[in-house]
Design a protein around this ligand. Structure first.
Ligand code: HEM
Length: 141
């Protein structure tokens, strides 16, 4: 559960992302597929080198879902339930992939926000994204 201060840090960063979900999301996926090529096995339909339109479309979906999570930090399980069904029961994404995506998320934020991305913001986003990942993977059990 995030503290009030952590929620404020998450919201403050989200204000800078909102409206740019496709661009940020595409960069996130490009980093994920390039730095951790094993993640690409889940996206065979995107081709070996996904084109920009494909990255933008899926990236936007992922970031919009993160935006929903930002609005529901206290009710993540309910807010993300259909997405949890999809990842755990339909896509069967190995939970080991989520920390890789979180790592890329931090780098993506840092590359855009630079000095504005404080240590406290990173800590809050790490906790928040870890909670999101837990919800998206817990339905295996
Ligand atoms: C699909 C969000 C992590 C693999 C999706 C969709 C969303 C989403 C919103 C589209 C759902 C729909 O079309 O109804 C997220 C979020 C994540 C996350 C918020 C973590 C914070 C991952 C990870 C992987 C992954 C780590 C694997 C490396 C997939 C795949 C699809 C998908 C294969 C289906 C793509 C398609 O049908 O074109 N995800 N995801 N996701 N996700 Fe995730």
């Amino acid at each position: 559960m995030l503290s009030a201060q952590e929620r404020a840090h998450v919201a403050q960063v989200w204000d800078l992302i909102a409206g740019h979900e496709a661009a940020f999301g595409a960069e996130l996926l490009l980093r994920l597929f390039t730095v951790y090529p094993s993640t690409k096995i889940y996206f065979k339909h995107l081709g070996v080198c996904p084109d920009e339109a494909q990255l933008l479309t899926h990236g936007q979906r992922v970031l919009q879902a993160v935006g929903v999570a930002v609005q529901h930090t206290d009710h993540l399980r309910a807010a993300l339930s259909p997405l949890a069904d999809l990842h755990a029961q339909v896509l069967r994404v190995d939970p080991a992939n989520f920390p890789l995506l979180i790592q890329c998320f931090h780098v993506m934020l840092a590359s855009h926000l630079q000095g504005e991305f404080t240590v406290q913001m990173q800590a809050a986003w790490d906790k928040f994204l870890t909670e999101v990942a837990m919800v998206l993977t817990e339905k295996y059990r």
